[in-house]
Design a protein around this ligand. Structure first.
Ligand code: MG
Length: 183
């Protein structure tokens, strides 16, 4: 099978990075548990853009630690013959650091996509399963006939309850849930 995997809030715990930057730059608190939608209400669009750019700077990209079980699971999938596309809405200029980060954490993959048409690229590449925390991306994948899967976060919990999405509270749970899909 062909599996596509997002990075932020999927491969590593991105929210604390974003919340710390929001506090430092704008004095805004972004409590994880209260982030129930994809819309980050206390921030203006321009402010969010600045924060995303900051968190995607080379040093911040390199500092991230993968969620427990993520790398081991993906290694197992690769060994089982599945292909892995790492797909992020990160800007192209974060690509080199992202590739170095993937190497640092020892994550095997076939292709790295950093651009803004993730689902379009997944369709083009014949992706079967897309693992991504964004409700918008999950809904688009579902529409495109791609099996959507995600780690459970406050912002996608509602969608996971009503739609046919494979969900897990952590990587071991998600891997177990995905077993029947990948079999
Ligand atoms: Mg994400």
């Amino acid at each position: 099978m062909r599996i596509a995997i997002d990075i932020d809030s999927t491969l590593h715990d991105y929210w604390p990075q974003l919340a710390q930057a929001a506090k430092r730059r704008f004095g805004v608190d972004l409590p994880y548990e209260q982030q129930l939608t994809w819309d980050i209400a206390p921030l203006r669009r321009e402010q969010l853009k600045v924060l995303v750019e900051e968190t995607h700077r080379d040093d911040n990209v390199m500092a991230a630690e993968p969620y427990p079980g993520a790398v081991e699971t993906i290694r197992r999938w690769k060994q089982a013959g599945h292909s892995v596309l790492i797909a992020s809405h990160r800007h192209e200029r974060a690509r080199d650091a992202t590739a170095r980060w993937l190497e640092r954490i020892g994550l095997p993959y076939d292709e790295l996509y950093c651009d803004f048409d993730k689902v379009g690229h997944c369709i083009q590449e014949g992706i079967d399963v897309l693992i991504d925390d964004s409700p918008e991306t999950l809904a688009k994948a579902l529409e495109a006939g791609i099996t959507p899967a995600t780690l459970l976060h406050p912002w996608n919990r509602d969608l996971c309850e009503i739609e046919d999405i494979v969900c897990g509270k952590d990587w071991p749970a998600l891997a177990a849930e995905l077993e029947r899909v990948l079999a």
